[in-house]
Design a protein around this ligand. Structure first.
Ligand code: PEP
Length: 382
């Protein structure tokens, strides 16, 4: 007989869990039928089981839903409580009946409703891609003195509430500012990043700063492959492969930058340039590393020039980047945040961020003023 090569979806652990659950159910039913388990206890166990199963279904699909869809889900969770259970148990006709009797029927109706709603949401959303992180990252470049940087960070923390809560803000000051800025960000939900790290682990590399050092100062992110570093410091895919490895080894999430210059854009080579920058570095990552990556598309001709790619241009190339990623990493590419960078400001952020594959921005000049930086984050609310 021919054996199927398709691996079974039922792992031994899952099989054991199901067997345990079924035996538990049989035991409880037998005990109840024989009168050894009081009926209220049976009801409580049965309803708790359904609640746990509903909660597990809901937990699986939450990351696949937009905040608006989640609000609706919560409404449907509260509906059975307020419509069936509370009025049902309070208004039960037979006032002589004990509490157990009075709450049984409404409890069954409410839990059944919740169980059905949880499964409807589960089947609607389980196959949808997870919601990508929305990110606004500030690249301060070689600007501000340490004390000014700390003030800027404090200003961003103080005004954080003006931008939508679901936006993840990251600030990337110069190395010299990291400690003070880390201190200023303490207790906030704004993350710290660095603008670069060394390709080597440690040793006689005068002037370099290692991934371990920036991680020790509280950085969670590191910008790698920024066009200014490729252009002025000769950074190549070879060095970037080493830097990526160092970043991951120290628990940092790389914000890997790609983008073409004006000449390449005018010659219609932008797709090839960006594809090569991704294939030579990102395609060398393991699936686990890839799951922890942010990409920034930054057309060099738009950086610090006041010229912005149009929203359609950005969407076109972001979708292309996602396809290149999907060709290598499959469905996981749907979850990679791809940021746009290049003269992004509060006035053009909303239009850019409205595009399907634009998940936020890497911001240079406008990241140096707290209101502008957060104002860009407000682009997600419009
Ligand atoms: C950058 O350098 O990453 C950048 C996007 O700069 P700007 O916003 O000033 O164009």
């Amino acid at each position: 007989m021919k054996r199927s090569n398709t691996p079974s979806k039922l792992s031994p652990q899952r099989g054991a869990r199901i067997a345990l659950l079924l035996s538990g159910c049989c035991a409880v039913c037998t005990l109840t039928v024989t009168g050894l388990l009081p009926r209220p206890l049976f009801d409580a166990l049965f309803l708790c089981g359904l609640l746990v199963l509903s909660a597990r279904r809901i937990r699986v699909v939450l990351p696949h839903m937009t905040p608006r869809q989640r609000e609706w889900l919560y409404v449907w969770v509260y509906v059975p409580l307020f419509c069936f259970f509370l009025p049902g148990s309070a208004l039960w006709r037979d006032t002589e009946a004990g509490l157990g009797e009075r709450i049984r029927t409404p409890a069954y109706v409410a839990v059944a409703f919740l169980f059905i709603a949880a499964h409807i949401f589960y089947f609607l959303y389980k196959n949808k891609p997870k919601m990508r992180k929305k990110i606004v990252a500030g690249n301060w470049k070689m600007n501000t003195l340490p004390a000014e940087g700390a003030e800027l960070a404090k200003g961003i923390v103080a005004q954080r509430a003006t931008a939508p809560a679901e936006v993840n803000f990251i600030v990337c000051p110069p190395f010299t500012h990291l400690s003070q800025v880390a201190e200023a960000l303490k207790g906030s939900n704004i993350a710290l990043g660095a603008q670069n790290c060394a390709a080597e682990e440690k040793g006689a590399y005068t002037g370099e700063v290692s991934a371990a050092m920036i991680a020790a100062l509280g950085c969670r992110y590191v910008i790698l492959g920024h066009s200014e570093r490729r252009q002025y410091y000769g950074e190549t895919s070879e060095t970037l492969n080493l830097k990526m490895a160092r970043a991951y080894a120290h628990g940092l999430t790389p914000v890997y930058c790609v983008g073409e210059n004006l000449e390449e854009r005018e010659a219609g080579k932008h797709f090839d340039v960006v594809k090569a920058q991704i294939e030579e570095v990102v395609c060398n990552l393991t699936p686990e590393q890839f799951a922890d990556l942010v990409i920034a598309y930054e057309p060099v001709w738009a950086i610090g020039t006041g010229k912005t790619a149009t929203a359609d241009q950005a969407q076109e190339i972001h979708a292309f980047i996602r396809k290149v990623l999907a060709d290598k990493f499959g469905a996981a590419a749907a979850e990679t945040p791809i940021l746009y960078g290049g003269s992004c400001k509060p006035s053009n952020a909303a239009e850019l961020f409205a595009k399907e594959d634009v998940d936020g921005g890497l911001i240079g000049g406008a990241a140096l003023k707290a209101e502008d930086f957060l104002g860009i984050g407000q682009g997600f609310a419009k």
